[in-house]
Ligand binder design. Structure first.
Ligand SMILES: Nc1ncnc2c1ncn2[C@@H]1O[C@H](COP(=O)(O)OP(=O)(O)OP(=O)(O)O)[C@@H](O)[C@H]1O
Ligand SMILES: [Mg+2]
Length: 175
């Protein structure tokens, strides 16, 4: 669950103070889908940066799955980001000299996950976006839509659970 209450953020320089978010509140329940719209300069990017724990804010509260993330230090924020937040950037931000498989692997490596589990998650994530046959390609060897799907797989790989048992066939789920 995502809950921001009266979040305020201003950008300050010696000469200028710009209020990007003023007492902004939003609650999003599990499974809800939200689109952020508004005029240029209204604070959408600032909101996404704060929500994604890329930027801090001045006042108000922000709780993610019942954790007050405003109280976390840099390392803890990075951990929450790695475990709970998936970014699909407009320009995809794939690493040009890593192939598709290795791009999806980046956030899982940061998590120091074992190789076998990483491989399963990457295979599942690439399977879900229909790119299992492109694992060895570099981003420059893919179409724009395929690059976007790699970015989606990278965002999802960290939240995919691959569950196998002897009695049941392999099943992939996203939480
Ligand atoms: N790094 C910064 N330093 C100073 N002011 C900033 C900075 N980043 C954003 N702003 C200001 O904060 C306000 C909100 O900017 P933001 O980028 O969040 O808007 P936006 O809704 O994403 O706009 P757009 O639709 O044009 O991308 C704007 O007035 C902008 O000028
Ligand atoms: Mg913007």
């Amino acid at each position: 669950m995502f809950e921001m209450t009266q979040v305020t953020k201003a950008y300050r320089t010696d000469l200028l103070e710009t209020h990007a978010l003023r007492e902004f509140s939003l609650k999003v329940d599990k499974g809800e889908f939200v689109a952020v719209t508004g005029p240029s300069g209204s604070g959408k990017t600032t909101f996404l940066n704060v929500a994604g724990l890329l930027e801090t804010f001045d006042s108000g509260s922000y709780r993610l799955d019942d954790v007050d993330v405003s109280k976390l230090d840099d390392d803890a924020r990075s951990r929450v980001r790695n475990h709970k937040i998936g970014f699909i950037f407009q320009s995809f931000n794939l690493i040009p000299d890593l192939n598709v498989f290795d791009n999806v692997d980046v956030p899982l490596r940061y998590r120091r996950m074992q190789a076998a589990e990483r491989r399963e998650r990457i295979n599942s994530a690439l399977d879900l976006v229909g790119l299992s046959s492109r694992m060895k390609h570099l981003p420059s060897q893919l179409s724009g839509g395929q690059q976007q799907r790699v970015a989606i797989a990278r965002a999802r790989s960290r939240v995919i659970r691959h569950c196998c048992s002897r009695t049941n066939p392999p099943a992939t789920s996203i939480r």
